[in-house]
Design a protein around this ligand. Structure first.
Ligand code: FES
Length: 122
């Protein structure tokens, strides 16, 4: 039922806006995968809180509405690439109607703990 979908704008690493229609209840990682958003290395651990590649930066207004952060997410977020005050891990955030029209920024790089060379030049 497309009328129930939530419009979300992703700003990718090149500053390009990608607009998708997301299903409430899906995680933002699901959204990235389902919509085939081309984000290199995103969601490497498939939502098991073992990486920080799903790091997303939210608008402050939206950030305040997101559910509480768990210690596990916090620990992983600490290790992500330049976390901000409004950063969360996308695999832990579920799409909600109140997010209609929100813009999330994809950080310019990822720090994948399992693959230390991702996102760095070697
Ligand atoms: Fe690895 Fe979210 S996909 S922590």
């Amino acid at each position: 039922r497309s009328e129930d979908k939530v419009t979300i704008h992703f700003i990718n690493r090149d500053g390009l806006k990608m607009t998708v229609k997301a299903t409430p209840g899906d995680s933002l990682l699901d959204v990235v995968i389902d919509q085939n958003l081309d984000l290199d290395g995103f969601g490497a651990c498939e939502g098991t809180l073992a990486c920080s590649t799903c790091h997303l930066i939210f608008e402050e207004e939206v950030f305040k509405t997101l559910g509480p952060i768990t210690d596990e997410e916090m620990d992983m977020l600490d290790l992500s690439y330049k976390p901000t005050d409004t950063s969360r891990l996308g695999c832990q955030i579920c799409v909600h109607k109140s997010q209609e029209g929100m813009t999330v920024h994809v950080p310019e790089s990822v720090a994948d703990l399992r693959q230390p060379d991702v996102g760095t030049t070697s």
